[in-house]
Structures are given as C-alpha cells and as structure tokens.
Design a protein around this ligand. Structure first.
Ligand SMILES: [Zn+2]
Ligand SMILES: [Zn+2]
Length: 183
C-alpha cells in the first residue's frame, strides 16, 4: 500500500478536541498541471498541518510546499520556482459520507476529503490545492519580451532589431532583375 500520503488518526478520533501537528515529506502525485507547466510527478512536496478532532471528523489546516516548473510561454526558457499554498480541509469518517442524507458541513471553501478508515489521506488534497495555486501567468519574468516572430531570436537578449535591413542585398537585385525580365 502506498502510505506516504496517509496519517494515522485513530488517537485523534478517540478524543474530540485533541490536536496533533504533523509533517509529511512526500512525492508529488500525478496530474498537477499539464505537460507544459506544473508540479512534476515525484518531485518533493512538504506538508505542515495541524489536525484537530471535531465531533464530526478531523479538521486539517496548514501549508503545502512544492516546486512548479515548466517553460515560459513567451520565450520558452525553463522556469522553476517554489509554490506555497495554505489550506483548510475537513475529513469526515467514510461512514458519514456513505449515508444517503446529504450532509452540510457548513464549511464553505473547505475541501472535503473523507478519512480512509483510521487514516487521513493527503493525496487528493495535495493535488487539488497545488493545481489551484499554479501560476496562471507562466512567464520567466513579468516583462519577458519573448521571441522574434521572424527569426526566433530571444528578444530579451537581442533587443529590438529590424529585418528589412537584414535582407541580403543580392537577393533584392535578383528579384529586381527577375521582375524586369518577365515584363
Ligand atoms: Zn520568458
Ligand atoms: Zn528577428
């Protein structure tokens, strides 16, 4: 069983009102971002959380630390930067979730991640929270100038340049000649 994402909570469940600090060092699950940008599967992820035992389940609050990486959408340079997200989640016993009557936990904005037996499972939570937190603007820097549309040179390094002037004069002459001959 892949247990890296799971934290035993039997003790907490026995004692309503008790709290426990947990720290997880895990590998990032798959499916965070796309092939161009995201948190790479297997890259290190750290979770720091406080679990509190409520009468109806476990409340988890804390932070997730990871690294997002990909390519700048303008110049295609590699980007790698830390991503940090605060979360608040509610983890009810599986049994409560199975009951037909819809339960309202009145915990707006909190994700709900049912316990797996006596374990809190952080895999789905890590995936969801990091996916939401990924940068929408995927640039190596806010003012990235991108690549020249004509020659593909990196404009951050090359600066502005024109192509009219760059045209080989011999070709211009040839084009002129051709035009005259066809007239
Ligand atoms: Zn860039
Ligand atoms: Zn150019």
């Amino acid at each position: 069983m892949k247990s890296g994402y799971r934290v035993p909570v039997a003790g907490l469940l026995r004692e309503t009102g008790s709290r426990e600090k947990v720290e997880l060092e895990v590998k990032a699950p798959d499916g965070i971002g796309d092939s161009f940008y995201g948190v790479k599967e297997g890259s290190p992820v750290r979770v720091e959380a406080v679990l509190s035992s409520l009468r109806s389940g476990i409340e988890a609050k804390g932070k997730i630390f990871a690294t997002e990486e990909g390519k700048c959408s303008r110049c295609l340079k590699d980007i790698k930067r830390p991503v940090e997200v605060e979360f608040s989640a509610f983890m009810p016993p599986q049994k409560a979730m199975d009951e037909d009557s819809p339960m309202s936990y009145e915990m707006d904005e909190d994700g709900i991640y049912p316990l797996k037996g006596d374990f809190a499972d952080f895999e789905g939570l890590i995936r969801d929270e990091l996916t939401l937190q990924l940068s929408m603007i995927r640039l190596c820097r806010p003012d990235c100038k991108g690549l020249c549309q004509k020659c593909g040179v990196d404009l951050n390094e090359a600066g502005p340049h024109s192509h009219e002037r760059d045209l080989d004069p011999r070709f211009e002459k040839l084009a002129e000649l051709k035009e005259r001959m066809t007239k």
